[in-house]
Design a protein around this ligand. Structure first.
Ligand code: C2E
Ligand code: CA
Length: 450
């Protein structure tokens, strides 16, 4: 029987048993999610003091398990496996209908009168989920998790609540009890993430929501500065200032990253070109998402921009983080070589904290290495970091690369780096990132031209 047919026959508000729910023999007979949402709303409105009502989400396996099983055994096997486990769970479905929440997740509304009853139920459920699974004679190891939400204490919307309980179920797989209670903060985080992703496209076309701030880079040998890093800021009309560490990974997960990178490049190059025409010949450094580099027309779009603003490529530096790997290395590498041929500088950002440092040195055709600020921050009291940073500088020089230390906050650290022949330093010691006008006033005052 199809889910949609069941949907028309079930009355969640009355909770009546209908022919549609008689499908215990067919483990796949799960009701659809929209009906569960209606049940949640109804349960939230119940005022029975003597009874507690919970939303329970059972993640029969995590998505990694699911992917592995599909990859190795195929869909039919995965369906059979799910059916076996759903049949094991039939005992809870005698009392209440179960709903399909995700591929391998089911949800149900559970009503109880006391704590003991509750503990007994969770223990029984865990015991069933921990049972070895054997399908077609093959023992399969999967990790289940249960998410639980007390509907009597849950003020948020049904959809957010279901999402938070589903996430609690994922966390449950890692907890010693096998279950975790719903965390509303997590639901709030997801709502906020959703708002940011939904609003980013509009913000890119609205004046002033996105802005660039600028931070100078000093040449340690001379004490002069001739480069500036552009850092993106988002002033959201409702949420206020949102940090790039929060919104950039969200945008990178969507197709909008292309527009965002174009926006940053266009504004940064336009600004630097303006400073050049005012005879302030600064090199501009822009961070680029690895995903953007893999766009087919990335290089041609950049070339066009440089031509539009008549901006010399040698005054542009594109930074790529060694923490984010390229999904298609040969393509990315080809593009980077093309950019280097054009005269654009390429730097490896956040160096030293990823797991692939030697890999990035080997594979990213960069001429600049930027040592991560976490490495630099700890220099005064960490002798191992001192040895590592010294070796990184030496190694980079042997590879014909220049070295930038990020996050220099004290004169002691700057002097230490200078003593080790580090080429450049950036950080709060010199300046905090500032909007364009404030930056250039500060810069011309701090580094007057002779
Ligand atoms: P990042 O590229 O490593 O940028 C440096 C970050 O360190 C900036 O934070 C900067 O404000 C901060 N910083 C600079 N000096 C110091 C210091 O002395 N001490 C400390 N504690 N921090 C310092 P911000 O602007 O919040 O940017 C965070 C991250 O967001 C950046 O790290 C970068 O990964 C990303 N990001 C920023 N703008 C862009 C952009 O336009 N495109 C992309 N793809 N990513 C960006
Ligand atoms: Ca960095």
């Amino acid at each position: 029987m199809s889910d949609s047919l069941q949907a028309t026959q079930y009355s969640p508000l009355l909770g009546e048993e209908t022919a549609a729910h008689s499908g215990h023999g067919d483990p796949m007979a799960l009701r659809e999610r929209s009906l569960l949402l209606r049940e949640i709303v109804a349960a939230q409105q119940e005022k029975a003091a003597e009874r507690r009502t919970f939303l329970v989400v059972i993640n029969i396996a995590d998505t990694k398990n699911y992917d592995d099983i599909i990859r190795v055994f195929g869909y039919k096997f995965a369906d059979d496996l799910l059916n076996i486990r759903l049949a094991d769970l039939d005992f809870i479905r005698q009392d209440q209908p179960a709903f399909r929440v995700g591929f391998w997740s089911i949800g149900l509304i559970y009503r109880t009168t006391g704590e003991d009853d509750l503990r007994y139920s969770w223990a029984k459920l865990n015991a069933v989920l921990a049972k070895p699974l054997i399908c077609r004679g093959i023992p399969i190891s999967i990790k289940a998790g249960i998410g639980i939400c007390d509907l009597m204490k849950s003020p948020i919307a049904a959809e957010d609540l279901l999402q938070a309980t589903y996430l609690a179920g994922q966390a449950g797989a890692a907890s010693p009890t096998g279950w975790t209670e719903c965390n509303y903060d997590l639901a709030e985080d997801h709502r906020r993430a959703f708002t940011l992703i939904s609003d980013a496209g509009h913000a890119l076309t609205t004046a002033d929501e996105f802005q660039l701030s600028y931070q100078a880079r000093v040449t340690l040998r001379s004490g002069q500065a001739d480069a500036v890093e552009a850092l993106l800021r988002w002033y959201h009309p409702v949420l206020g200032r949102v940090t790039p560490d929060e919104f950039i990974p969200l945008i990178e997960a969507t197709g909008l990253v292309r527009d965002l990178t174009s926006w940053v490049l266009a504004y940064a190059i336009a600004q630097a070109a303006k400073w050049h025409s005012d005879n302030q010949k600064l090199k501009i450094c822009v961070k680029i998402s690895t995903k953007s580099l893999e766009e087919d027309d990335f290089v041609s779009r950049l070339r066009e921009l440089l031509e539009t603003y008549k901006f010399p490529p040698a005054y542009l530096e594109l930074e790529f983080s060694e923490r984010r790997s390229f999904s298609n290395l040969p393509v990315a590498r080809g593009r980077l070589l093309e950019l280097r041929e054009m005269g654009v500088n390429i730097s490896i950002d956040d160096f030293g904290t990823g797991t692939n440092s030697f890999w990035s040195l080997e594979n990213i055709p960069a001429n600049i290495l930027k040592i991560d600020r976490n490495m630099i921050k700890s220099l005064p009291d960490n002798v191992r970091h001192q040895a590592l940073v010294k070796s990184m500088i030496r190694m980079a020089h042997e590879l014909d690369m220049e070295v930038v230390a990020e996050g220099v906050e004290t004169a002691a650290v700057r002097d230490m780096l200078h003593g080790w022949n580090c080429d450049f330093a950036e950080g709060f010691l010199l300046n905090r990132p500032m909007p364009a006008d404030a930056f250039i006033s500060w810069f011309t005052e701090t580094f007057p031209r002779n």
